[in-house]
Design a protein around this ligand. Structure first.
Ligand code: SAH
Ligand code: SF4
Ligand code: F3S
Length: 472
């Protein structure tokens, strides 16, 4: 059973929220405006969801929000540790903030999330980036009221990165970005320890939320107008294993599928080793579960898969994909792939390309292997040079781009139902939305359509998106 943060502790945080509220009203009296917060999020949906909680806490504490760090009284970066470039970006931003803080010394800078849950990183920040005022890891998010209050009062760097297997904090306030679709975490942490991956070290052990808590969160979302729900976890297929009641992820999906007001259900991410017939059947039978599956395979060679500690073979993976395609015709498939794992040879890499060609994913998320301190793979020697790995990576993108374009061309002339999200980022005269299968569709239409499901006839396919016209 997962450990829960006790009611008494949550009450204590509530008291700190009240103190922060006093602080922010005093600030408002003095400055004629509420203190402004700027948040930035790196990494995965789990982190986006955590930032929504951070913003929920801060809103309740009387802060307002701004888009730029230049105007902010408080800046919070929610960081990611999955690859080195994610960390480099944050270090780069901290360099810029240093100058900003020199001209506005009263500005408060906070860092949280996966990157700072690593001790060697926090040490580096304390030494080299002394302008950071508050550092809290993934396990301390619910304590933000207390930690921020201490920071504001003490003017010293406050750090909370205690190592922990992790617990569950329910009822943390939340401020969501989107009013039509929402992320709902069903479990936290990861037990898989893939040999390259830092996530299990920074997010703690797998722990499932109780189904009642998940369903009541979704009920509230639906009551506020949300129609699309994305269930989140590092490996949703493990859902329920640690709960007292007999429930697994398929049972949970069915329960959400039965809820009035929910129109679309998605989930992220599935680990192939735990992805089985029951879930395939459930997806096929539940009409609201979208025809979309993200099933990361990471590498196509059995030797590399074993070195990665993925605990499935290429053939086992492909067999599951075949079943899914057969049981759910037209399903959209995406995956994650790592190129240049230390023990990967050029021959192994060709096997990765074979899987990509055989499955014909609509899209792949491909990453060059990044060494993560403290993981088993960090001690392995590289077979290939950086240049060879880069060449393989580029070859893979070319192979996939052709497949993506080819798959998108099949949509031309078809009418698809699109949930309208808002103006397109690249062309404000166009609206953008997503299909059941998560395809991006751009079309001309009135802004009043945002939040509605509309039929769009696809006129033109691109590699990454589709263009279409509203069917009146
Ligand atoms: N829990 C999810 C995703 C976790 S991280 C899952 O297992 O599917 C998202 C992706 O980042 C992984 O699927 C993997 O492809 C990639 N990744 C993780 N660690 C990495 C590393 N050290 N270097 C490069 N890519 C990595
Ligand atoms: Fe990382 Fe593997 Fe866990 Fe995914 S399943 S988070 S890749 S350790
Ligand atoms: Fe990054 Fe942490 Fe997610 S390491 S990918 S933000 S779980």
């Amino acid at each position: 059973m997962a450990k829960y943060i006790e009611q008494e502790e949550m009450q204590r945080q509530e008291e700190y929220l009240q103190k922060l509220l006093e602080y922010t009203s005093e600030f408002s009296l003095m400055h004629g405006r509420a203190p402004l917060v700027h948040t930035e999020t790196y990494g995965c949906q789990q982190n986006e969801n955590d930032t929504e909680r951070i913003r929920g806490i801060l809103k309740k504490a009387g802060f307002s929000f701004c888009e730029q760090s230049e105007a902010a009284d408080l800046v919070i970066y929610n960081t990611c540790a999955v690859r080195e470039n994610a960390e480099q970006k944050v270090f780069g931003r901290l360099g810029i903030l240093k100058h900003l803080k020199e001209s506005r010394p009263e500005m408060v800078i906070g860092l949280c999330g996966c990157m700072v849950q690593q001790e060697h990183i926090t040490e580096k920040i304390k030494k080299t980036y002394s302008h950071v005022d508050l550092i809290f890891g993934t396990h301390a998010l619910y304590r933000l009221p207390e930690l921020l209050y201490q920071t504001l009062m003490s003017k010293k760097t406050v750090v909370s990165i205690e190592n922990s297997d992790g617990a569950i904090a329910e009822d943390v306030p939340i401020l969501r970005e989107d009013s039509n679709k929402a992320w709902v975490s069903v479990m936290y942490g990861c037990n898989n320890f893939c040999s390259y991956c830092i996530v299990p070290y920074v997010r703690g052990r797998e722990r499932s939320r109780k189904p009642e808590a998940i369903l009541s969160e979704i009920r509230e979302l639906v009551d506020s107008g949300v129609t699309e729900i994305c269930l989140l976890g590092q490996n949703v297929n493990s859902y329920g294993k640690d709960l007292e009641e007999e429930i697994d992820f398929s049972d949970l999906l069915r329960a959400v599928n039965e809820m009035d007001g929910v129109r679309r259900i998605r989930f992220m991410t599935s680990h192939p080793k735990d992805f089985g017939d029951k879930l395939i059947d459930t997806m096929a039978e539940c009409d609201k579960v979208c025809k979309q599956l993200h099933l990361p395979f990471q590498a196509g060679s059995d030797k590399v898969l074993a070195d990665m500690n993925r605990r499935y073979t290429r053939e086992e993976y492909l067999e599951k994909i075949r079943k899914v395609k057969q049981r759910i015709p037209g399903i959209l498939l995406t995956t994650d792939v790592i190129v240049g794992f230390p023990t990967e040879t050029n021959e192994d890499f060709q096997k990765t390309l074979d899987v990509i060609r055989e499955v014909e994913y609509d899209q792949i998320f491909s990453f060059i292997y990044s060494r993560r301190e403290g993981t088993p793979a960090a001690k392995m020697d590289f077979v290939l040079s950086k240049e060879e790995i880069q060449r393989n990576f580029e070859e893979m993108l070319e192979v996939q781009n052709d497949i993506s374009k080819k798959k998108n061309l099949r949509y031309e002339g078809k009418v698809l139902e699109v949930l309208v999200e808002g103006p397109s980022k690249t062309d404000p005269n166009m609206l953008t939305g997503r299909t059941d299968t998560y395809k991006i569709v751009n079309f001309k239409g009135d802004i009043s359509l945002v939040g509605k499901y509309v039929p769009i006839r696809i006129a033109e396919a691109h590699t990454w998106s589709l263009n279409g016209e509203l069917v009146e």
